[in-house]
Design a protein around this ligand. Sequence first.
Ligand code: SF4
Length: 272
Amino acid sequence: MSQFYNPDRRNDWNYGGKNWKLSRSKIDLFLECPRCFYIDNKLGTKRPPGYPFNLNSAVDALLKKEFDVHRVEGSKHPIMEEYGIEAVPFEHANMGTWRENFEGVQYKHDATGMTVSGAVDDVWVNQSGELIVVDYKSTSKDEKIDKLDADWHIGYKRQMEVYQWLLRQNGFKVSNTGYFVYANASIDEKAFDGKLIFDVTLIPYEGDDSWVEPTLLEIKACLEDSRVPKAGEDCDYCAYREAVGKKLLSNKREQTTALAPTPKAVKKDTLF
Ligand code: SF4
């Protein structure tokens, strides 16, 4: 086990503990595999984390600074001008908390008693006073990024819909249209020269948060059940773990049998 992975979470942070919240990434984990979600949140055994995406975090931090300049001025960022978006970055006393990991936009959901949370990258406001949820993404691809049509983009879309739902529950009027600010690092340059050149595009997305409410009820039922749910279909790790477990068990049995004294040896031993 590496120094970065401690599988056991303290009870305070598990379901039923005082610090437990249902973050938007936990909702995503539930939809991906209820079994992993249950083992993580109820039984308190975390999945090993992936490597941190430090370059993506740097892009996020710089984009935040850039949009914050326009938030203070109440002006449009150049990308809003370029795409003809009639909005400005939203100025609100809670903006800092809404963007903070482990804080975010929060809402205590009456029907389940669960506190749902999600940390937004940005919020804009249009001329009708509707909030617009904005998410920053960064990558490096050959093609121009102007749509989100791959199967795996469903996670990005759900993420935006959870934020839209959370802001609505907090009493705000929220536009169904959200935006992804996509920064794509070019490898089509003569040299690195200590910098990456990004092509930044704005991708609109029409959110539909109608799935959130029923999913919260399913999550609650899952967490209250004493049975561990079945594994999701698209992950092979449980099948791998089970296969390894069987091999190790049979290996241990063989070794135990090999080491066990034969009746003859026992008889011989008893002579001395
Ligand atoms: S199938 Fe994969 S995601 Fe699901 S519980 Fe097993 S390891 Fe976790």
